[in-house]
Design a protein around this ligand. Sequence first.
Ligand SMILES: CC(C)(COP(=O)(O)OP(=O)(O)OC[C@H]1O[C@@H](n2cnc3c(N)ncnc32)[C@H](O)[C@@H]1OP(=O)(O)O)[C@@H](O)C(=O)NCCC(=O)NCCS
Length: 165
Amino acid sequence: MDFCNITIEYIKEEDIDAVLKIERSSFSTPWSREMFFCELTDHPFSYLYVAKNNKGRILGYICYWLVFDEMNILNLAVDEEFRQKGLGSALLKFVLEDGADRGAQTVHLEVRHSNRAAIELYEKFGFRQAAVRKNYYENPEEDALLMALDDISVYRRKERCLKAG
Ligand SMILES: CC(C)(COP(=O)(O)OP(=O)(O)OC[C@H]1O[C@@H](n2cnc3c(N)ncnc32)[C@H](O)[C@@H]1OP(=O)(O)O)[C@@H](O)C(=O)NCCC(=O)NCCS
């Protein structure tokens, strides 16, 4: 994937339809339109970014909350057609830099115990498995791994090919 043709920018209301399409094909209990809208409008500590190609197509998105110096990644998905090309990594790197710039020091997230792709991705970025939350997910019921990145400071924003919108 040519990352010089990918832009990561803050979500706009008109992006929600495309994001919902990816969300519904990625998760068994997807976020609703209202949930995305709420992140966009109601939460001053919420940051929701989309990755677009040079034709304006949304290829993936990521959402995090920053409360004081603690960042929590709530959602991340890449359009199935564009997976395993580095975009999930690019989105994660972008928000780790963004969060570090805004004063985050630690990062947490939950992931399904069986979600090998996501767990491997997070481990590549230095996340460790910090705890298990029993029966955290439904449909199907499953434990969550709580993953933690204890020191985000290595992710200070540097020069990169991706353009921030
Ligand atoms: C998890 C997800 C975001 C990864 O996005 P992606 O663009 O495919 O990720 P990348 O191409 O950047 O891959 C980075 C690393 O993740 C791991 N990975 C990605 N897909 C994988 C797969 N199918 N199986 C095993 N490892 C995988 C690999 O370690 C990979 O590194 P490598 O390319 O050197 O092997 C994507 O699979 C997805 O949208 N899944 C559905 C939604 C989801 O589960 N979100 C996470 C919720 S916690």
